[in-house]
Design a protein around this ligand. Structure first.
Ligand SMILES: [Zn+2]
Length: 272
């Protein structure tokens, strides 16, 4: 059971689960004898509002044995309290006073709505909260330490990594020659023109398809800038790119005259 106490000008207003204590509200708003909860609940306005709410929430109006219902009367020793669903409480607040209504509409509504959202949410005391925060810190601290160590290791690994191996001019020639034979279009999208009629590269980039450690013609191609960008940032489907690359490579193998194939091999051997 979730119990909350609101404080209005120092007077406590109890709330339990989704019910507000209307009698507490009445006292907090000045205990006007002509505006007691039972008086309001009997009014036509209240009946109309509660009837509508009962229909909307599919709940009975008066409290029953199953502890359900929008309103209920609690006898606590000599005192009698009226409790009601918080929506009814806010409507009752309007009847009590404009100032009190505004306060309920902000403070009470926020808390009740927030509390109702996640089912079974537990209301914590300040001590519980502190204990929980301490426990969380104890769990998180070693994880953060571990992350720092890992970051350090990755940085030193990166420093020791071999330099990016460039795609050599000879390899570029082989790739461009293949693309010219294929119609001068980007082998990835098949749309953008990447080699001009005079053989110069336009608006395109050479890409190490597998790793920047593998610069041979077997492992690289020339693609348009948009394709290169979406391949690098991961927005392009990798499987689709794999298919285009494999098909480009198959044609590169077939189209190249033996001489070019040899020079391509030489390029690879030279750097491995
Ligand atoms: Zn493209």
């Amino acid at each position: 059971m979730v119990t909350t106490t609101f404080s209005y000008h120092g007077v406590g207003i109890r709330a339990q689960n989704e019910r507000l204590n209307l009698t507490d509200m009445w006292k907090a708003a000045g205990a006007d004898n002509s505006r007691r909860p039972p008086d309001w609940l009997r009014s036509a306005d209240a009946k109309r509002f509660i009837g509508f709410l009962a229909e909307t929430l599919n709940v009975v109006i008066s409290h029953d044995e199953q502890n359900q219902g929008l309103t209920r009367v609690v006898r606590d020793g000599g005192e009698t309290h009226t409790e009601a669903h918080w929506q009814i409480g806010i409507a009752y607040a309007k009847y009590l006073s404009p100032e009190f209504h505004v306060w309920c509409n902000t403070v009470v509504r926020d808390r009740m709505e927030g509390k109702l959202a996640p089912a079974g949410m537990v209301s914590l005391t300040e001590k519980d909260f502190e204990r929980l925060t301490d426990q969380t810190k104890q769990i998180v601290a070693p994880i953060v330490d571990g992350l720092h160590t890992l970051t350090g290791r990755v940085e030193s690994l990166e420093k020791n990594l071999p330099q990016r191996r460039p795609i050599l001019p000879k390899t570029r020639e082989v790739i461009v020659a293949t693309i010219v034979r294929l119609g001068r279009r980007c082998p990835c999208c098949g749309l953008a023109e990447v080699v001009a009629q005079n053989g110069s590269v336009i608006d395109a980039e050479f890409d190490h398809f597998f790793s920047n450690q593998l610069p041979s013609a077997k492992h690289a191609w020339l693609i348009c800038k948009p394709c290169h960008r979406s391949l690098t940032d991961g927005t392009m489907d990798r499987t689709e790119a794999d298919i285009h690359f494999a098909s480009f490579q198959r044609r590169l193998e077939k189209l190249l005259p033996p001489g070019d194939a040899k020079s391509k091999k030489a390029t690879t051997d030279h750097h491995s």
